[in-house]
Design a protein around this ligand. Structure first.
Ligand code: CTP
Length: 418
């Protein structure tokens, strides 16, 4: 599943030095199978030729208002009506002002007036221009009308000076495009999902901890996919080798105890809880304030940590929330029997089990081979696939368990939806 696939995206490019970065935006969107049409102001064409954008997008850019599109229809009108999203990147102070005035004297401003698609603006300009009250007032006007803004960021500007005004990175802009499309069109729109991810750390002394091999990749893939499908996502994360995604509510929780507190706090506002974190089962009885010396540290005594899912199971009855609880089981033997026992013991609706001894599935890698078990006794083994596709399959089943119709689901590359 890929929220960008087949989406009709307009990219308005205005004249600033960051135009070269807009080429990468097109490249990323096209790689994600979006249909991209570029619209350019005259100033933008002074920085990069329309040829470059035409070659990257596979479509002729719209460079003037009088350009006919597909023979008969006027370009900006047809494009505006069909668009799923209108991105303007880079957006200069000048075009920002024209947009705020409702002007329509070039393909970008005319399309902005005609379209009802969500708008994503990525301003780029010198610091003084950005900070000027006129620019800020214009931006407010557009955000009041519903436009979303990404950046600008602080950094080195065209003048060589350091300051606020650099356009957001292409990767960040494309992430925002995913978020907006997910919210507008995703099949999980309105669902509140809390996901735990990563590996907890239990401290022995100020320099040593008990941890585990979890990378957080599976939980992050779930959070990102749920976000792209339109859900409101809380990601409660312990130690991870990857960054938590933007567009989700990020809550750091280092130890099992922290995870328990944060998850319980979120419970009344959680429709679905997915516990993908590797939560420690044991912790040192004492966390020493000073670094342990040889001869003292050899005998660390351990005690049990709280079981987060068990606590959720107990609270759930009284709260009536979450509607669904999904656990993971990292096993090395008797996968199905162990997972079934865990599902019963922790009162789960679904459990996702994987063999963590397999080199291409489990800890640290980008792929996984899992079996999904549900309370009704169904056992569904999935083939080896990316963690993204595993996430999609899990979320698809969750939606099925919630009794929602499967409208809007697109199987996507590599997904198995049996
Ligand atoms: N889990 C939890 N709290 C813990 C330990 C685990 O909520 N203290 C959750 C995990 O996030 C996962 C599920 O329980 O979703 C199963 O975790 P796992 O470590 O496989 O199972 P354990 O309950 O720890 O059982 P065991 O170690 O005996 O296999």
């Amino acid at each position: 599943m890929n929220i960008l696939a087949e989406k009709r995206i307009l990219l308005g490019v205005t004249g600033g030095i960051a135009v070269y970065k807009a080429v990468e935006i097109v490249s990323r969107l096209v790689k994600s199978k979006a249909n991209v049409t570029v619209l350019m102001t005259d100033a933008a064409q002074k920085f990069v030729s329309p040829l470059t954008f035409g070659a990257m997008s596979g479509r002729q850019p719209v460079t003037n208002l009088w350009q006919l599109y597909q023979g008969e229809k006027i370009g900006h009108v047809t494009l505006a009506h069909e668009a799923d999203l209108f991105i303007i990147a880079p957006l200069t102070a000048h075009t920002l002002a024209r947009l705020a005035q409702g002007m329509a004297n070039d393909p970008i401003t005319a399309t902005a007036l005609s379209t009802r698609a969500p708008m994503l603006l990525a301003p780029a300009m010198e610091t003084n221009m950005w900070e000027h009250p006129a620019t800020q007032a214009n931006l407010h006007t557009l955000t009041d009308w519903g436009a979303q803004v990404v950046g600008p960021e602080a950094g080195r500007l065209a003048s060589g000076a350091m300051g606020m005004g650099r356009m957001a990175e292409p990767e960040t802009i494309v992430e925002h495009a995913r978020i907006i499309l997910g919210r507008a069109q995703g099949p999980l729109s309105g669902l509140r999902i809390t996901i735990t991810a990563g590996g907890t750390r239990e401290w022995v002394d100020p320099v040593r901890f008990m941890g585990n091999r979890a990378s957080g990749k599976m939980g992050v893939a779930l959070a990102r996919m749920a976000r792209d499908l339109g859900a409101q996502v809380n990601l409660v994360y312990a130690a991870m080798t990857v960054d938590p995604p933007i567009g989700v509510n990020q809550i750091h929780a280092e130890r099992a105890e922290d995870m328990l507190r944060e998850v319980l706090h979120l419970l009344p506002k959680t429709d679905v809880l997915i516990s993908a974190a590797a939560i420690a089962d044991f912790r040192p009885v004492t966390t020493h304030k000073q670094k342990l010396k040889k001869g003292v540290g050899e005998d660390i005594r351990l005690e049990r940590t709280p079981d987060v899912l068990k606590a959720v199971g107990e609270k759930r009855k009284a709260l009536g929330m979450p509607k669904l609880v999904v656990g993971f089981a990292a096993e090395t033997t008797d996968l199905i029997a162990n997972a079934q026992a865990k599902m019963r013991k922790k009162n789960l609706d679904m459990i996702v089990v994987n063999d963590v001894t397999a080199p291409d599935a489990g800890f640290g890698v980008d792929t996984n081979r899992v079996t999904i078990l549900t309370r009704d006794g169904a056992v569904t083994p999935l083939p080896l696939m990316s963690k993204e596709d595993v996430a999609y399959n899990i979320l698809h089943r969750i939606r099925g368990l919630l009794g929602a119709p499967s409208i809007g689901w697109d199987p996507g590359v590599g997904s198995v939806l049996s």
